[in-house]
Write a protein that binds this ligand. Structure first.
Ligand SMILES: [Fe+2]
Length: 265
């Protein structure tokens, strides 16, 4: 699998606190089937002042440490970019890194309040040739009131990333329900760990793979956890969403049964 969202770089945001944490997170990723991991620290001034050149240097450092520790995990550069007014300029200059130098970048709006003008903002970024990957919409507090906007953004060409542990219930039932709904409606482009540590927010994607495979089929799991992430790394268009997944799970189990079955495991 390929994981395009992690806070594995040591000591530069609220993820790995030190190199030991980073190495443990890398070992977990390898042990659970991840071969490539994007290092995507927060960029959220004034709290997290990371930038492209500094992230490059931090990734190079961690690469060298993985090699010394004999951990076979390939790292690529990225960032978890909080919405800000000069985002487009930052992407153009390289101050804000895209994923592996592609046109795709992780884009995080405020969790609690819908930022005004989101639609116009995303349209201007898309028109400039960049593709926002909206991180974990299922966890946004405002999704309930503005799900139509999330759908509209997706239809405009914004990619959606769901967090692996949201699917498996790690953020509670409400978040899990939104995850399953968006998966069932074929709104999701990639699944990633958004790992912050080696305990409750780990780098493991394997449980999410199992659950998605069970509910939506192996082609779906493969598309969201391997093929689309690979396409992003190679700066290629994402795969068409297979509309037949749309009907499989609800017809088989119904949404509530589905969630109950998952929750009782
Ligand atoms: Fe993140």
């Amino acid at each position: 699998m390929i994981d395009l969202h992690s806070h594995i770089l040591p000591g530069i945001d609220d993820g790995a606190r030190n190199l030991d944490d980073s190495l443990l997170m890398a070992k977990t990723a390898v042990a659970t089937g991840t071969t490539v991991l994007a290092c995507t620290p927060h960029i959220k001034p004034p709290t997290y002042l990371n930038n492209g050149p500094a992230i490059d240097a931090a990734v190079n450092f961690l690469r060298s440490q993985l090699e010394l520790a004999d951990i076979p995990l390939e790292l690529v550069v990225g960032a978890d970019i909080h919405i800000n007014h000069d985002l487009l300029d930052g992407l153009k200059t390289g101050r804000l890194p895209t994923i592996n130098g592609s046109r795709y970048f992780l884009f995080e709006p405020d969790h609690n309040v819908l930022p005004p003008g989101m639609e116009r903002f995303c349209a201007s970024i898309l028109a400039a040739g960049f593709i926002p990957v909206l991180t974990h919409p299922e966890r946004l507090v405002w999704i309930e009131r503005h799900y139509d906007l999330v759908c509209h953004l997706e239809e405009m060409g914004v990619a959606l990333q769901i967090t692996a542990s949201s699917i498996t219930g790690g953020f509670g039932r409400r978040v899990q329900q939104w995850s399953m709904r968006m998966l069932g409606e074929n709104r999701v482009d990639i699944i990633a760990s958004d790992a912050h540590n080696n305990t409750n927010r780990s780098t493991s994607l394997s449980d999410a793979w199992t659950l998605v495979e069970e509910q939506f089929g192996s082609a779906c799991a493969n598309q969201l956890l391997l093929e689309n992430p690979q396409r992003i790394l190679q700066d290629q268009p994402l795969l068409e969403k297979a509309r037949d997944w749309n009907t499989v799970a609800p017809q088989k189990h119904g949404w509530l049964n589905l969630i109950n079955r998952i929750s009782s495991k």
